[in-house]
Design a protein around this ligand. Structure first.
Ligand code: C2E
Ligand code: CA
Ligand code: CA
Length: 724
């Protein structure tokens, strides 16, 4: 574009230069023509002026008229005219026009004829006519106006200017009778000194005389015309035209200039283009950075949302069906915790590459954050396409990943929402995909789940419940801690109580902790809830005579880095002795391998707090903890107790647990004792403590004050099973 501009500018500039050269040539031609014209006019005018200097002279009149003094005439009127004025020929004619004297080229020449040639004769006649008419009498400023006549023509076959005038006295002493005048004739050949003088005076070059108009291209001509108008020839010269010089001088400079400008412009353009490209690249980079995830290079949430909106426009127009998929890694936190964050990052990158490779063209993939990804599948013809992609992904991600020299096994769960089936609004669709993902996780991970309306309802309910629980925990008015006594199997005296939380929901009535403890864990309320229960229990128990208070601790609570410190703080706050507190944790809590859990347990046990292993038997590995003496009590899970009397196998299991625990010196509690038979069997095989509806349901704090009303220290004995 810009090079084109430069090119046209160059063409224009050169055009202007050429035109101005031609124009200045033309101007020069015109001016030189004028100069030559002036020069010729002046040159011709000068002939009679020169002539007059001798014609208007007493001596001339006398020496010609009286006794013709040839010698004097030759010196003063002949040679003089040649030497001084360069007149080529001079003739003196008497009153009858006879030639008395002739000079040629500075020398007197012999007369070949006494008649002058035709031109001279005609001019002589003309002059005499003027004298006759009395023109010589006219005086201008005291000076006689000498009649004269001149013309251009040919003398001796050559072009010449001829001037004829009478010899006249300039004083009164010499008289001259009219009609008796002698004439002097001067001739200047136009092709000789006249021409060269003019050339010298006006610095003309190549000056020549040409009869015909035989000009070359460079030459210029001035036509010489006689009085009758006939062209007798041309003065030809070579005009010094500035155009060529201008061109020869200007063009190289101009070309160099244009070249330099061209280079400069092209450099400028190139640098501009580079700057522009750089700007565009950096802008694109900035845009890319703003819309892409730095770790994986995948689009980020914002960009993904745009893509989703685009797709939804097609959906709304009824032109296609799409699937929004939310993907979430299972057990990614463990990879981060055990192999380190670098390995976690490597895994995410690897996964991103893997997912990109699985997609069909047109589908969009994004990293939404952490270990969450999202996919928009476009243009779905058949639900089986979604099934196929999801199965591919789940299967691929279930295989171990090689990361930073280690192996990580994770899984992936996928929630799918199909538009327009379940909605066409972006946030609605996202919410539904999220619910489906949640369901997939809940249903055991490593699977995919399509959103259904039932899920939506339960999710809706769950959100409401979550809000209500949050409020209940903050207000503390709907929550209560109840206490279920534990009895020594031998003497059936109360050895301790287990704190169990209750939620008295204004609309739903009593909500089970099985429901809302899990909910609190999921929505991050468990710490607040747990602290509250612990504080209530410690406050209450510090006023009772009961030996131990057991409090259930969720694995989520135990993983909090400051959990141990918070427990110790609550103990000192309530004045409760650590040795009277027992925390109940499940096997899975011990097995999750979290460092912070292990550290918390260590600190708490060191402080004298006891640890009970709850729901024992439902996990898969427990012996190692028992062996390491990291627990102070084992609680046989209610499900084993319930099945006692139903199958012989359950007897063996319970027997085995008791034997195993006793082998390492850990006492055993059986929970959920509902029948006498169960009680008898458990007592018989050596269970240390019993807990269950048979002996006592969980009781309110008020009720316990009635039982343990007195100071602490009154343990065991009464009250007995009678409370049940
Ligand atoms: P868990 O620790 O196994 O608590 C014993 C559960 O068995 C209690 O149910 C109790 O009411 C019930 N139970 C006691 N005796 C019998 C019986 O003879 N028959 C039957 N069928 N059930 C009996 P609850 O209070 O509904 O608690 C359920 C679970 O909720 C508890 O199981 C515990 O894991 C959790 N939980 C309760 N309170 C808390 C708490 O404050 N914090 C935490 N983290 N979890 C709690
Ligand atoms: Ca428990
Ligand atoms: Ca239990």
């Amino acid at each position: 574009m810009s090079m084109l501009t430069v090119f046209f500018t160059a063409v224009l500039v050169i055009g202007v230069v050429l035109w101005s050269a031609a124009r200045s040539d033309q101007v020069t031609r015109d001016r030189q023509f004028q100069t030559v014209s002036d020069a010729i006019t002046l040159g011709l005018q000068k002939i009679p002026f020169d002539q007059e200097s001798v014609a208007y002279w007493d001596d001339a009149v006398l020496n010609v008229r009286k006794a013709f003094d040839v010698k004097w005439v030759d010196v003063n009127l002949g040679v003089w005219m040649y030497d001084y004025f360069k007149h080529d020929r001079v003739y003196i004619l008497n009153a009858q026009d006879r030639v008395l004297y002739a000079m040629a080229d500075g020398k007197q020449v012999a007369l070949t004829t006494d008649r002058p040639n035709n031109l001279v004769g005609a001019l002589a006649t003309e002059v005499r006519g003027k004298i006759e008419a009395g023109s010589s009498e006219k005086r201008e400023g005291g000076k006689v106006n000498i009649p004269r006549t001149e013309d251009l023509g040919f003398i001796e076959g050559r072009p010449a200017a001829v001037s004829v005038m009478p010899l006249m006295p300039h004083s009164k002493e010499v008289s001259q009778e009219r009609g008796s005048e002698s004439l002097i004739v001067s001739v200047r050949f136009l092709d000789r000194s006249f021409l060269s003088d003019m050339a010298d005076a006006y610095l003309l070059e190549g000056v020549r005389f040409s009869r015909t108009n035989d000009l070359s291209d460079e030459e210029q001509a001035y036509p010489l015309k006689s009085k009758s108008g006939a062209v007798i020839g041309n003065v030809v010269w070579m005009p010094k035209l500035p155009g060529a010089r201008i061109l020869s001088e200007v063009l190289p400079v101009l070309a160099a200039g244009l070249f330099v400008i061209g280079i400069a412009v092209s450099l400028l353009v190139r640098s501009l283009r580079r700057t522009y490209t750089e700007l565009m690249t950096s802008e694109a980079q900035a845009r890319h950075l703003a819309s892409h995830d730095t770790l994986t290079g995948l689009p980020n949430r914002a960009f993904f949302n745009d893509r989703l909106e685009e797709a939804l426009i097609e959906v709304k127009g009824g032109r296609e069906q799409i699937a929004l998929m939310f993907l979430d890694l299972d057990r990614f936190k463990q990879v981060n915790d055990t192999l380190g964050h670098a390995a976690g990052d490597a895994l995410i990158r690897e996964l991103a590459a893997h997912l990109s490779a699985t997609l069909r063209p047109g589908d969009a993939l994004a990293r939404m954050g952490g270990d969450e990804f999202a996919i928009v599948m476009r243009n779905i013809q058949d639900r089986r396409e979604i099934d196929a992609l999801c199965m591919d992904i789940v299967a691929a991600v279930s295989k171990p990943f090689e990361v930073l020299g280690g192996q990580a096994t994770v899984g992936i769960s996928i929630g799918v929402a199909i538009a327009p089936d379940v909605g066409v609004d972006r946030s609605e669709l996202a919410r539904k995909a999220d619910i489906a993902l949640y369901q997939a996780k809940k249903n055991g991970r490593r699977r995919y789940q399509f959103f259904t309306e039932e899920m939506g309802e339960s999710a809706q309910k769950r959100r409401t419940l979550e809000a209500e629980l949050r409020r209940a925990i903050e207000n503390e008015n709907e929550l209560e801690v109840v206490y279920q006594p534990l009895y020594s199997a031998e003497r059936l005296g109360i050895s301790g109580v287990e704190a169990l939380v209750r939620w008295h929901h204004p609309r739903l009535g009593s909500v089970s902790p099985v429901v809302f403890v899990a909910l609190a864990e999921e929505c991050g309320l468990i710490d607040k809830l747990g602290d509250w229960v612990l504080r209530q229990a410690c406050k209450a128990a510090s006023a009772w005579s009961v030996e131990t208070v057991a409090v259930n601790i969720s694995s989520v609570q135990l993983r909090q880095p400051d959990f141990a410190e918070r427990v110790l703080h609550i103990l000192s706050e309530t004045g409760m002795a650590p040795s009277r507190l027992e925390i109940e944790i499940t096997e899975s809590t011990l097995l999750d391998g979290s460092e912070s859990s292990a550290r918390a347990l260590k600190i708490l046990r060191a402080a004298g707090i006891r640890v009970a292993l709850d729901d024992f038997g439902t996990g898969n590995s427990s012996l190692s903890y028992l062996m390491k003496l990291e627990v102070d009590r084992v609680k046989i899970d209610r499900s084993f107790v319930r099945h006692l009397g139903e199958s012989s196998q359950s007897y063996s299991i319970v027997q085995a647990i008791v034997t195993m625990a006793h082998a390492v010196g850990v006492p055993v509690t059986a929970e959920g004792v509902e029948t006498r038979d169960q009680q008898e069997f458990l007592t018989r095989i050596g269970c240390n403590h019993l807990q269950g509806y048979l002996l006592s349901p969980p009781l309110s704090a008020l009720r316990l004050v009635e039982i343990f009303g007195g100071r602490k220290g009154r343990t065991g004995g009464e009250p007995s099973a009678a409370v049940a």
